[in-house]
Design a protein around this ligand. Structure first.
Ligand code: GLY
Length: 363
């Protein structure tokens, strides 16, 4: 990315739990942003092995600014979101030793953010958390909004809590080294924000596909900033997913979770599963007469141009439907879908006939 700093700040307004999302290029602002938000110069830096060099740069910056920080570098991948890795972080915090002001600084994608976030949520009954997302997907989704947690062998994200960070620091330069497939997967979530809330964002992505695929700094900064603004507003209105507002962020996800589950986590990246999931949700809404062909074609065309999957995996619809019925977001056994009404508007819907779900999966 360009060396000229791109700076914007998106505020997440949650009363006493409010915090800024600083979007920039480089680490120059980091010490200043941290001292504006924290009452300490002690931290545990948590990173995965893929971003260990970045963690070292952060440690250097912190040391130069008078911080005392330890680092825990964990294996890359979903299996790190586990009880043994969590126990490792608790031990590292205890050894530091961490007090109630010590910060956990999470550097990585959604796995590290969720795991380190849950350690911060629970150690000493809650200590400050700083998110430094390094994947496009984590920048626009998991680093914002305070969801933290780990997986059990029985299922994903079964243990967790809400714990808002004190600061989200997005260094867009981290995207330079992100593998292409991983980068493109982030657009599953960015397109989602357009469909659920912002037709202008959707149009902008449509107009800017070549620039975005080239990782043009101005275009990337614009879509990351707008996605963060939209997520911040949803979280402001429904921090703990109680009113149904925050649930709209799960557009495409009922299908996506089933795809990820049946294929085994990691076979499809999350944003890829969300892409095919949104296509299925769009087609389901079309069967119910809520949207027309033009809506579905437009969504599918854009996802395809971003080189994301637009067909469900080749597995039996029965198997996928059985998994959807077990989704932990269901109420009283009824599968819940977020379905579009038009570009920029979706609703939470229960009670879709199983035959309709089957037919959109059988494409
Ligand atoms: N990723 C969905 C949410 O944060 O609520």
């Amino acid at each position: 990315m360009s060396q000229d700093a791109i700076r914007r700040v998106v505020q997440v307004d949650l009363g006493p739990r409010s915090y800024p999302i600083a979007i920039t290029t480089g680490l120059d602002d980091l010490p200043q942003q941290l001292s504006a938000r924290l009452k300490t110069r002690r931290a545990l830096v948590v990173a995965d092995a893929n971003v260990a060099p970045r963690a070292r740069s952060v440690m250097e910056r912190l040391a130069n600014a008078g911080w005392r920080a330890d680092a825990e570098v964990l294996p890359f991948g979903e299996s790190t979101k586990s009880i043994p890795a969590l126990a490792q972080l608790y031990s590292a915090l205890a050894r530091l030793p961490a007090d109630r002001y010590t910060a956990v600084i999470a550097i990585g994608g959604g796995v590290i953010g969720d795991l380190a976030g849950f350690a911060a949520a629970t150690f000493n009954r809650g200590i400050p958390l700083v998110m430094m997302p390094t994947t496009l997907l984590a920048m626009v989704d998991s680093s914002v909004g305070g969801k933290t947690g780990i997986n059990l062998t029985e299922g994903k994200n079964l243990v967790g809590s809400f714990h808002q960070p004190s600061l989200v620091y997005i260094d867009l330069n981290a995207l330079e080294t992100l593998p292409g497939r991983e980068y493109r997967s982030g657009f599953g979530e960015i397109v989602k924000y357009g469909v659920i809330l912002d037709p202008d964002l959707f149009s902008y992505v449509e107009e800017s596909v070549p620039l975005l695929l080239q990782r043009d700094p101005g275009a990337v900064s614009r879509v990351v900033g707008r996605s963060c603004e939209l997520k911040a507003e949803v979280v402001r209105q429904d921090e703990r997913e109680e009113t149904g507002m925050r649930a709209i962020l799960n557009y495409g996800h009922t299908f996506a979770h089933a795809f990820e589950n049946v294929l085994g986590y990691g076979a499809w990246l999350h944003g890829e599963a969300v892409s095919a999931g949104m296509v299925c949700a769009g087609r389901l809404a079309r069967r119910l007469g809520w949207v027309d062909d033009e809506f579905c074609n437009r969504q599918e065309r854009l996802l395809e141009r971003l080189r994301l999957p637009i067909t469900p995996p080749d597995v039996s619809p029965d198997e996928l439907i059985a998994i959807m019925k077990r989704d932990k977001k269901n109420r009283e056994g009824r599968t819940r879908f977020i379905l579009p009404r038009r570009m920029g508007e979706v609703v939470l819907h229960e009670g879709v006939p199983e035959s309709d779900v089957r037919s959109v999966l059988a494409i």
